[in-house]
Design a protein around this ligand. Structure first.
Ligand code: SF4
Length: 477
C-alpha cells in the first residue's frame, strides 16, 4: 500500500490572559503516525504543526495566516488519501471546524477524519456543522476572514458532509481500520477506537522526527509520553482510559537516547497525564536514567500521594528543572468531592510534606489547585487560602490557581442536575458555549456559582486575588 496521510493540528482559540495550558506539540499524532507506519511500511505521513503559527493572543487575526497556509499546503500536494484533523481540546473546536471546511472544499474526494478529546466527548458536534454561526464574534471587535464564507457556501451548495469519520478514544486502532477502507461513507460516521495495549505501545518504533522540538527563549524542549491512561478518576479530569499502560523502562530510555541524539534538546518534558503511576516502574526507570548521566534537564507532572521524599531527592539529582503536582484540592471537603482521594486527611498531609521537602532540598515544584468546583463553599475556600499562606515557599513553589471550567470532556459534564440538587450549584453558561464564536470560551465555561454559599462573583474575587499573588510570586524570581 503506497499512500500519503496528512495530519493537521489547528490552533486553540483563546485569550492570552487565560491560563489554558497550550499544548502545541503533536505528541498524540506522532504516536498514531508511528503505529500506522509500524503496520503499513509503505505509507508516507506528514504532520503539519500549524498550531504554532497562530499565537494565543489575538487568534482571529492570525486565522488569515492560517487560511493561506492551509490553501498552500493542500493545493501543492494533491494526492493525500486521508487527512486527519486533531481537535485535541474544546478550545480548538471552532478552528477544527474551519480547517474542516477549507480542507473539504479543496479536497472533496479525500477521506477526512477528526479525533481528539472533544470529538470523543461530543461526536455529534462534527455532524451538521454549516449551521454554526461564524459571522458574529460575540463582544469582540475583530473581523472574521471573509474568505472562510466562500468555503462554507461551497460546502452548502454541494451538500458535502465535511467529516467522514469522527473517532472517539485513542485513535490508533480506528485509523488502522480506516486505512483498509477505500470508499468514503455516505454520511458522517462515528467510530469508537479501543485503547492501545502495553504490548502494542512497546512494539512501535516512534517517529520523533515528524515534529520539531519546541523553542522558548533560546532553549529547546522536547515533550514525550511514556505512558497512557490513569486509574484515578478525578471528576474534573477528562475521560482517560482507566488502565495505566507504560513503555518498559528500557524502551523509554531508548526513546530518550534517540531524541537526545537527534535534537540535543535542553529539556525533555514527560507530558504523561500521570508520570510514574507504578512504584516499581518508576524506581527502575529512574535507576536507568541515573546510569545515562545525561546533561539534559527534565520535567514531569505527577501526584503528591505517589511521590516519596526519596523520589523528590532523586528528581533533584537527575536534574529535573521542575516537577509539577496536580494537587487540585487542599480542603478535605473538596479533595473528596472532586474525587481526588478517598483519604483527604493523608492526602493533604502529603501535599504539605512535599512542599516542605522540596523547599528543604531546593527542588522547584509547581502545585496546581482548582477553585470553584461544584460544591465549593466559603469554608472550603478559606481552607485552601490557609493552605497557600502556610505553604508559601516562593523561591521553590509556584501555585497555579485554576478556576474550575466546565469542559464537556470532564467526568461531571451532563451530571449538572446532581450538583444543583446536592449543593445548590448554578451553571450560568449557555448550552454548548464552545460553538459561540468568541475567544472567551474559557470564561464562559467557568461561569458557575459552586454552591448556595458561594456565588460566582465571590469566587472570582478570590481567584483574581490569588492570581495576583501567583504573578508577584513568579516575578520575584
Ligand atoms: S487529574 Fe491526574 S490523577 Fe486525576 S484522573 Fe486526571 S490524570 Fe489522573
Amino acid at each position: 500500500m503506497s499512500e500519503k496521510i496528512l495530519f493537521l493540528q489547528p490552533p486553540k482559540m483563546v485569550r492570552g490572559d487565560l491560563n489554558t495550558g497550550p499544548v502545541l506539540f503533536p505528541i498524540a499524532l506522532i504516536n498514531i503516525a508511528s503505529y500506522l507506519k509500524h503496520h503499513y511500511k509503505d505509507i508516507e505521513i506528514k504532520i503539519d504543526q500549524f498550531s504554532n503559527i497562530a499565537v494565543i493572543d489575538e487568534p482571529l487575526k492570525k486565522l488569515g495566516i492560517l487560511i493561506d497556509h492551509l490553501e498552500k499546503l493542500l493545493t501543492e500536494n494533491n494526492n493525500y488519501s486521508m487527512i486527519g484533523i486533531s481537535c485535541y481540546s474544546t478550545l480548538a473546536y471552532i478552528p477544527s471546524i474551519l480547517v474542516g471546511f477549507i480542507t473539504r472544499a479543496l479536497k472533496p474526494e479525500t477521506k477526512i477524519v477528526v479525533g481528539g478529546i472533544h470529538p470523543t466527548a461530543m461526536p455529534k458536534n462534527f455532524y451538521d456543522i454549516t449551521n454554526i454561526e461564524l459571522r458574529t464574534l460575540k463582544g469582540e471587535n475583530i473581523k472574521f476572514p471573509e474568505k472562510i464564507f466562500e468555503y462554507v457556501e461551497e460546502i452548502e451548495k454541494k451538500r458535502y458532509h465535511v467529516f467522514d469519520y469522527v473517532i472517539r478514544g485513542e485513535g490508533e486502532h480506528a485509523l488502522y481500520e480506516l486505512m483498509k477502507k477505500g470508499k468514503r461513507p455516505e454520511n458522517t460516521t462515528t467510530l469508537n477506537s479501543t485503547p492501545l495495549t502495553e504490548e502494542e505501545m512497546n512494539a512501535i518504533e516512534y517517529l520523533w522526527g515528524l515534529a520539531e522540538p519546541l523553542k522558548d527563549k533560546g532553549k529547546t524542549s522536547y515533550p514525550v509520553i511514556v505512558s497512557r491512561g490513569c486509574p484515578q478518576g478525578c471528576k474534573f479530569c477528562g475521560n482517560l482510559p482507566k488502565k495505566w499502560r507504560v513503555l518498559s523502562p528500557k524502551k523509554a530510555i531508548k526513546i530518550l537516547r534517540e531524541i537526545v541524539k537527534e535534537y540535543l534538546p535542553d529539556r525533555i518534558d514527560f507530558s504523561d497525564a500521570f508520570f510514574g503511576c507504578k512504584k516499581e516502574w518508576k524506581n527502575k526507570f529512574l535507576e536507568l536514567l541515573e546510569k545515562e548521566r545525561t546533561q539534559n534537564e527534565f520535567y514531569c507532572e505527577t501526584r503528591v500521594d505517589y511521590t516519596s521524599d526519596k523520589d523528590l531527592e532523586r528528581y533533584l539529582k537527575l536534574n529535573f528543572a521542575q516537577v509539577d503536582f496536580g494537587i487540585d484540592g487542599v480542603s478535605k471537603r473538596m479533595a473528596k468531592i472532586m474525587g481526588k482521594t478517598r483519604d483527604p486527611e493523608n492526602y493533604i498531609k502529603r501535599a504539605e510534606e512535599t512542599v516542605k521537602k522540596a523547599e528543604e532540598i531546593g527542588l522547584p515544584i509547581g502545585c496546581a489547585l482548582i477553585l470553584g468546583f461544584p460544591g465549593e463553599n466559603e469554608a472550603s475556600l478559606q481552607e485552601t487560602l490557609k493552605f497557600i499562606s502556610l505553604n508559601q515557599k516562593p523561591s521553590i513553589t509556584s501555585y497555579y490557581i485554576n478556576q474550575y471550567t466546565h469542559y464537556p470532556t470532564t467526568m461531571i459534564f451532563g451530571k449538572e442536575k446532581y450538583y444543583e440538587r446536592r449543593y445548590g450549584t448554578i451553571f450560568h453558561m449557555p448550552p454548548e458555549p464552545w460553538k459561540i464564536l468568541t475567544t472567551k470560551t474559557v470564561a464562559i465555561m467557568g461561569h458557575i456559582s459552586p454552591s448556595k454559599e458561594l456565588t460566582y462573583k465571590k469566587l472570582v474575587k478570590t481567584v483574581l486575588k490569588l492570581k495576583i499573588y501567583e504573578a508577584s510570586n513568579r516575578a520575584d524570581r
